[in-house]
Design a protein around this ligand. Structure first.
Ligand SMILES: *[C@@H]1O[C@H](CO)[C@@H](O)[C@H](O)[C@H]1NC(C)=O
Ligand SMILES: *[C@@H]1O[C@H](CO)[C@@H](O)[C@H](O)[C@H]1NC(C)=O
Ligand SMILES: *[C@@H]1O[C@H](CO)[C@@H](O)[C@H](O)[C@H]1NC(C)=O
Ligand SMILES: *[C@@H]1O[C@H](CO)[C@@H](O)[C@H](O)[C@H]1NC(C)=O
Ligand SMILES: *[C@@H]1O[C@H](CO)[C@@H](O)[C@H](O)[C@H]1NC(C)=O
Ligand SMILES: *[C@@H]1O[C@H](CO)[C@@H](O)[C@H](O)[C@H]1NC(C)=O
Ligand SMILES: *[C@@H]1O[C@H](CO)[C@@H](O)[C@H](O)[C@H]1NC(C)=O
Length: 187
């Protein structure tokens, strides 16, 4: 079922990307990611307790929750640091590496490896993140493209990010573009 949704997402992308992936980086060296989809009007991605969420970080029960400011490099890894704009005490986490679960794992949660653990292990994928335009995607070592991001509501206005998980989640795309209308974030 999810494969259907995913194919639909891919079908909406120009064919050229499937033939020869172009890695288009967002302009500027730092970017944030925002969730878009039927249930999401551009909620920002934030870090809490080593896991990835979208929504308002001040609603999180983690005192270290903060919107993630990302940078990427030639290994196509996404390194995150807290955007301290709205936080009262600076989080202690830094240079965390975004991961999605490897295909064979049962745990579908998306999260971050701590500073200096960026290579991860066989259960997580940390490299291959790229953009088509402003849409984030994962490019496999065989050149395959996937955008299997989805969110599970954990409280009103906060969704936990999952990868390729159909049960209780809603599909979304992650884009580097902030919503133009701030009130749409509340969707
Ligand atoms: C924070 O909330 C999540 C669910 O939203 C829960 O799984 C977790 O145990 C909570 N953590 C604390 C420290 O209360
Ligand atoms: C932090 O977030 C603000 C918006 O709340 C944005 O203007 C700023 O560019 C961000 N900083 C970084 C380093 O991403
Ligand atoms: C890219 O960033 C990751 C995580 O910070 C780091 O481990 C890796 O060495 C970097 N790769 C290059 C080519 O700079
Ligand atoms: C800071 O708060 C404002 C107002 O709620 C919000 O629009 C902005 O996206 C927040 N920025 C960050 C980085 O949390
Ligand atoms: C985070 O990474 C940057 C760039 O590689 C480096 O300059 C900085 O020292 C790192 N910070 C920590 C706390 O490791
Ligand atoms: C999603 O999961 C299915 C089976 O559980 C697997 O065949 C498929 O390769 C996975 N897709 C991605 C993008 O991980
Ligand atoms: C791999 O890393 C993830 C994220 O830190 C962790 O949850 C998992 O237990 C690790 N797996 C192994 C086999 O070490």
């Amino acid at each position: 079922m999810f494969t259907g949704i995913r194919s639909l997402l891919l079908a909406s992308l120009p064919l050229v990307v499937l033939g020869s992936p172009k890695h288009t980086m967002p302009s500027g060296s730092f970017f944030q990611l925002y969730a878009y989809g039927d249930a999401f009007g551009g909620l920002p991605l934030f870090y809490a307790g080593g896991l990835a969420y979208v929504g308002d970080p001040t609603l999180s029960n983690s005192s270290e929750a903060a919107v993630v400011s990302f940078s990427t490099n030639s290994s196509n890894q996404f390194t995150g640091n807290p955007n301290t704009t709205n936080v009262s005490t600076s989080p202690t986490w830094s240079n965390v590496t975004l991961f999605v679960p490897a295909t064979a794992t049962d745990d579908g949660r998306i999260g971050f490896l701590p500073n200096n653990y960026d290579q991860g292990n066989s259960t997580v994928t940390t490299s291959g993140f790229a953009f088509y335009g402003s849409t984030a995607m994962l490019i496999g070592s065989d050149g395959s493209i996937s955008t299997a991001f989805c969110g599970m509501e954990v409280e009103e206005g906060v969704y936990q990010l999952f990868w390729n998980e159909t049960d209780g989640t809603k599909p979304l795309t992650l884009r580097s573009v902030a919503p133009s209308n701030p009130s749409s974030k509340r969707h």
